[in-house]
Design a protein around this ligand. Structure first.
Ligand SMILES: Cc1cc2nc3c(=O)[nH]c(=O)nc-3n(C[C@H](O)[C@H](O)[C@H](O)COP(=O)(O)OP(=O)(O)OC[C@H]3O[C@@H](n4cnc5c(N)ncnc54)[C@H](O)[C@@H]3O)c2cc1C
Length: 513
């Protein structure tokens, strides 16, 4: 099935073509940019200037290597242009709208009425994105010693790529071409047309209604945000719950929050067909347990998984193998061509900016300095930025079960934490898995308004092997929501008191009285 043309296939034109987007493009794909003459064999050539490519190229140049970076569209990749940055700006605005609308009932604030200005939300997002884009700009990278080549890269040999008719030879290369929204095989979908993360941030008018296919992190985040702006949102998925990869209890809390915010959940459904679209509303025919019904919406957003960008790269000429997940890599991120590595979303391991960053750092060490760093040693946390957020690090209960590791699990509700109650944000919990009978933290899931910001302590615990015993001895400021971590550690400590120790304490207090 043909996928709709994306902005990526054309000259960089970021819509709407306003002052902010012109500033963005001037930074990340400057009009009139002249590619440098290729230098002698580059020590490291990065294909793709998303997080993985940017970090590997600038890191290598900083160490004195001849480094090149090739980008066909916008430097900064998905994260800056159509991913983390615009989505989090939009989510922040949606939270503000929600707070304002609910503040009267919750906090006795003056009541508000009327609609907000969606166009202003999107303009704020574009302004901030343009401001942030300086960090990923072609000029900054060139000034840091990286040869920035704008154009489509294609391998023409195991040790060379071609860009704009010029051959760039390399000792080592890293494929960092990322991914894009996958199109599910639904009859009529391509003909109806739909938004993806590449086009949704171009909107300047709030659609009255929005259907979202895919209840993963991107689908849930955007469904909730658009519902909070006042669109009638329907979230569809074939799974019978949202966020299937998360702890079930954590996902259930987010599911309730979505429903409370007015998102209509059409879960466990099979989508039969899409009709309409192309300027008119779309109609989605769905079926569940033999019962058919339709969902009609002004716009349709598809957020049903990602697909690696591996096409037209000349990978055969380079001897680089791929599979469904993307480029096949070993534990050191090396592809089937020992000169070429892969990092970021295209390597098919994780799909997060911080993971792309961590993999790029590994590539520098392994590719240029005979490093032996392993991807399997990385501890990669993640967070879904719904309200409340779900943040996770390390093992889930099912991971431990699959690996035959015995664990103890502690769950601490957020309403045991004073600050969470005072903030009116007591919905959620912290769940910590420790090695059975020990304090070693193997994994943790936190559901809270700012779970992502609160997870750092647990990431340190999992990464550096800091146990709950040590965390229980760390003094946390009162009252903070992050006290939930210490409270869980204290609960673990109390549970550690064996009957014998309790007996000894009982004896001591009798003697001491
Ligand atoms: C809506 C959304 C929200 C997200 N939110 C978060 C979040 O909150 N936190 C988080 O950690 N992650 C988030 N992500 C994921 C994050 O954006 C990605 O994990 C990250 O961008 C991956 O970086 P990358 O370098 O692997 O690839 P990308 O950022 O995709 O960059 C790849 C680059 O390669 C270029 N390219 C491709 N082929 C070629 C070629 N042949 N020649 C030259 N250049 C080429 C592309 O144009 C692109 O610029 C989000 C993603 C989406 C879609």
């Amino acid at each position: 099935m043909a996928e709709p043309a994306t902005t990526r296939d054309r000259e960089p034109l970021v819509l709407p073509a306003d002052e902010h987007n012109r500033r963005l493009v001037a930074n990340v794909h400057p009009p009139g940019w002249v590619n440098p003459e290729p230098r002698d064999r580059y020590h490291l050539l990065a294909v793709g200037a998303g997080t993985a490519g940017l970090v590997s190229a600038i890191g290598a140049a900083g160490l004195g290597a001849r480094a090149a970076l090739v980008e066909r569209h916008l430097m900064g990749g998905d994260c800056l242009n159509v991913g983390c940055v615009p989505s989090k700006a939009v989510i922040r605005a949606a939270r503000a709208w929600h707070e304002v609308r609910t503040a009267s009932g919750r906090f006795g604030a003056p009541p508000v009425a009327g609609a907000g200005t969606f166009a202003a939300v999107m303009e704020r997002m574009r302004r901030l994105r343009a401001d942030i884009s300086k960090v990923d700009s072609a000029r900054r990278f060139a000034d840091a010693g990286v040869d920035v080549h704008l154009g489509e890269a294609r391998f023409v040999a195991p040790d060379a790529v071609e860009v704009g008719g010029k051959r760039l030879a390399f000792r080592r290369a890293v494929i960092a071409t990322g991914g894009r929204a996958a199109a599910p095989p639904i009859p009529g979908l391509a003909e109806a047309g739909y938004l993806t993360n590449e086009t949704v941030f171009e909107l300047t008018e709030l659609p009255a209604s929005l259907a979202v296919i895919g209840a993963g992190p991107i689908g849930c985040e955007l469904a909730q945000a658009f519902a909070r702006f006042g669109a009638e949102v329907t979230l569809l998925d074939m799974a019978d719950q949202v966020l299937t990869r998360e702890d079930r209890d954590a996902a259930a809390i987010v599911q309730e929050a979505l429903a409370r915010d007015g998102v209509e959940l059409a879960l466990g459904v099979k989508i039969q067909k899409v009709t309409g679209g192309a300027g008119a509303p779309v109609t989605i025919e769905i079926e569940r347990d033999g019962a058919a019904r339709t969902v009609t919406a002004e716009r349709l957003l598809v957020a049903a998984g990602r697909k690696p960008n591996v096409e037209n790269l000349g990978l055969e000429a380079a001897g680089v193998e791929t599979n469904k997940q993307g480029i096949v890599v070993d534990d050191r991120l090396r592809t089937s061509n020992p000169r070429i590595y892969a990092a970021g979303d295209v390597a098919g391991l994780w799909q997060f900016t911080h993971a792309a960053d961590a993999m790029a750092r590994m590539v520098i060490q392994n590719a240029l300095f005979f490093g032996r760093k392993k991807a399997s040693d990385l501890v990669i946390p993640w967070c879904t930025y719904t309200s409340p957020e779900i943040a996770h690090v390390g093992m889930y209960e099912h991971d431990a079960r699959d690996k035959g590791i015995e664990i103890d699990t502690l769950t601490l509700p957020l309403d045991d934490v004073d600050r969470a109650r005072l903030d009116g944000a007591a919905e959620g919990f912290l769940r910590v898995h420790v090695a059975k009978g020990k304090d070693r933290v193997l994994g943790a899931t936190l559901v809270a308004e700012h779970a992502g910001d609160m997870l750092g302590e647990l990431c340190l615990a999992v990464t550096a092997g800091v146990g709950l015993d040590a965390i229980s001895g760390v003094i946390h400021p009162y009252p903070t929501q992050a006290e939930v971590v210490k409270k869980a550690a204290d609960a673990w400590r109390r549970g550690k008191l064996t009957p014998t120790v309790k007996k000894v304490f009982g004896w001591w207090f009798r003697v001491f009285s």
